[in-house]
Design a protein around this ligand. Sequence first.
Ligand SMILES: C[S@@+](CC[C@H](N)C(=O)[O-])C[C@H]1O[C@@H](n2cnc3c(N)ncnc32)[C@H](O)[C@@H]1O
Length: 283
Amino acid sequence: MDKIEAPLRMGGYKRARTFCIGPHRLVRGDCVPALKRLTSESVDVVVTSPPYNIGLSYFTYDDRKEEGAYLAWMQEVCAQIKRVLRPDGSFFLNVSGSSSSPWLPFELAVRLRGLFCLQNHISWVKSISIGEDTFGHFKPINSARFLHHNHEHLFHFTLDGQKSLDRLGVGVPYKDKSNIRRRHHDVDRRCRGDVWFIPYKTVRSKSQKYNHPGTFPLELPQTCIRLHGVKNPVVLDPFAGTGTTLIATHYEGGEGIGIEIDSAYVTIARQRLEYLLQEESSP
Ligand SMILES: C[S@@+](CC[C@H](N)C(=O)[O-])C[C@H]1O[C@@H](n2cnc3c(N)ncnc32)[C@H](O)[C@@H]1O
């Protein structure tokens, strides 16, 4: 965990502004107008986790829109994402439903059918029980009807469904090594498949997650960027939150563009990136 002070005060919406931090740009503002200002076909990878419309308590954003309005808004955002994406770009959309809105992620994916091909549907597993053992963390649900939500969706959209991916770049070693020769592989690496177990790190307080209710672990955007397989990619997150995608982009040698509406989260994202750049430049 990077040593960043989580905000204790309310964030709020301030006048739009762009911060340049090393090779990265962080825009404080509403993503729809900010996206409209980006050049068409200029982005290699989009990795983002929008508000899920399930009532999370963000500092500013009200996470309970009327469902039709939410879907129409997301369609507008995604039409802009399509415009700024290069023809061979990848758009990784992380969403989750809730017990009261179980259809929402699927409704959203179907709405995006007119804009993108669904090239892969990845399940991001946050916690799993194997036999008697449990790995990872989850928020327990107190209900006789619903199971704990231990996974989220990661929709991988492309413009034509034809993007070649670096499957081995995020691959795993063969369990049965005899497969390497039998299948004529050069390296001990196979595709990891479409179920990714990426647990949250253990934290002791909300402040260690920057008092943000919906961050994703760094390894999630990092795996998406690597899977896309382009060197020094331009990576966009229009719902940047605390800047996790920008941090992942930096580690992967890319150039990040983040957009976030809440000034408190923008401050955190800036601090995280500045801290990383300072650490790198100190002897
Ligand atoms: C699920 S969170 C993203 C968290 C991020 N992945 C992270 O790891 O920190 C969604 C973010 O979208 C922001 N947001 C909501 N409406 C927005 C808008 N119109 N434009 C830009 N950001 C917005 C919220 O403030 C919230 O921080």
